[in-house]
Design a protein around this ligand. Structure first.
Ligand SMILES: Nc1ncnc2c1ncn2[C@@H]1O[C@H](COP(=O)(O)OP(=O)(O)OP(=O)(O)O)[C@@H](O)[C@H]1O
Ligand SMILES: [Mg+2]
Length: 248
C-alpha cells in the first residue's frame, strides 16, 4: 500500500493548502497538526477524493484518486469530524454499523459489525444503547468501528479525540497506535502530545497556507515552528519539552 500526495494545492475560494507533497508506504501513522482553519479537514477530504485539488495529484498504489471518492473509497475508511447533537434520531451502534455495511456490501453482515465493535472494544452492553446517549469516547469508538468494518488499508480520522475525556483519549490513542502496524492511518489533531510518540510522519499546517512535512524530530524544531507559526509559536514550548522525553 502506498499513499502519495504530489504537489497538491487545494482550497475553496482561496487556496488553503499550497504545494503539499508526502509519501507513506506499507503502513504507519501520519499526524496532521495545525490550528483551527489551517486545512486539516480539507487535507483529509482531499485524500478521500471528496475535494478535487486545484493542481497536483493524490495517488493510492499509483492510482490517481484525485477528486474521485468512488476510487479512493476502495481503499479508505473515513471518520469525519463531528459535532454530535442531542436531537439526532435514536439509533444503536449495531443498527448504525449494519446500515453502513449494507450500503457497501448490499446485504446485512452482523458478523462484520460485531467484529468491528469488538476490535474497538466497545463494551457489549453499549451495542444496543442509543448511540447519542453514549459518552463522547464510546461514540468515537463506534465511528472508528464504522470506518474499520470493511478492513480498509487506509484510515482517515478527523479529530478523533473531540469530546473524549483524558482517560478515553489515552485509550483511543492506544487503539490508533495498534492499528498503525497494519494500515496507513492519517489522523488530525489539535493536540500533538497523544499520538506524536507513534507518528511516522508529521504534517504541520498553518493558517498562512505554509506547511512542513517530516519525521517528528525534524518538524518539532524551534526554527521550523517559528517559521511556520511565527507569533503563535508560544503555544508549543511545552510540547517540545514533552518531545525531549518521549521521542528521539
Ligand atoms: N466548504 C467550504 N467552503 C469554503 N471555505 C471552506 C469550506 N470548508 C472549509 N473552508 C475554509 O477552509 C479553511 C480550512 O478549513 P478546514 O476545515 O480544513 O480547517 P481545519 O484545520 O480542519 O480546522 P478545525 O481545526 O477547526 O477543524 C478555513 O478557512 C475554512 O473556513
Ligand atoms: Mg477540521
Amino acid at each position: 500500500m502506498r499513499l502519495v500526495l504530489d504537489n497538491v494545492t487545494v482550497g475553496y475560494t482561496h487556496p488553503v493548502i499550497r504545494g503539499l507533497s508526502l509519501e507513506i508506504s506499507n503502513h504507519g501513522l501520519v499526524l496532521v497538526l495545525g490550528p483551527n482553519g489551517a486545512g486539516k479537514t480539507t487535507l483529509l477530504r482531499t485524500i478521500a477524493g471528496l475535494l478535487k485539488p486545484w493542481s497536483g495529484r493524490v495517488l493510492i498504489n499509483d492510482l490517481d484518486v484525485s477528486g474521485h471518492p468512488e476510487l479512493a473509497g476502495r481503499f479508505v475508511g473515513y471518520v469525519p469530524q463531528i459535532n454530535p447533537s442531542k436531537h439526532v434520531h435514536p439509533i444503536t451502534p449495531i443498527e448504525y454499523l449494519e446500515t453502513l455495511v449494507k450500503l457497501r456490501l448490499g446485504k446485512k453482515r452482523r458478523d462484520i459489525v460485531e467484529r468491528a465493535l469488538e476490535l474497538v472494544e466497545l463494551p457489549r452492553e453499549k451495542w444496543f444503547a442509543n448511540l447519542w446517549s453514549l459518552s463522547g469516547g464510546e461514540r468515537q469508538r463506534v465511528f472508528i468501528a464504522q470506518a474499520l468494518a470493511l478492513d480498509p488499508p487506509i484510515l482517515l480520522l478527523d479529530e478523533p479525540f473531540t469530546y473524549v475525556d483524558p482517560v478515553g483519549k489515552k485509550s483511543i490513542a492506544r487503539l490508533i497506535a495498534s492499528l498503525r502496524h497494519g494500515k496507513i492511518i492519517v489522523v488530525t489533531s489539535h493536540d500533538p502530545t497523544l499520538l506524536l510518540p507513534y507518528a511516522d510522519l508529521v504534517v504541520l499546517l498553518s493558517r498562512s497556507g505554509r506547511h512542513v512535512v517530516g519525521k517528528p524530530n525534524e518538524v518539532f524544531r524551534r526554527e521550523v515552528l517559528l517559521e511556520i507559526y511565527g507569533d503563535s509559536f508560544v503555544e508549543y514550548p511545552s510540547h517540545m519539552h514533552m518531545l525531549d522525553h518521549h521521542v528521539g
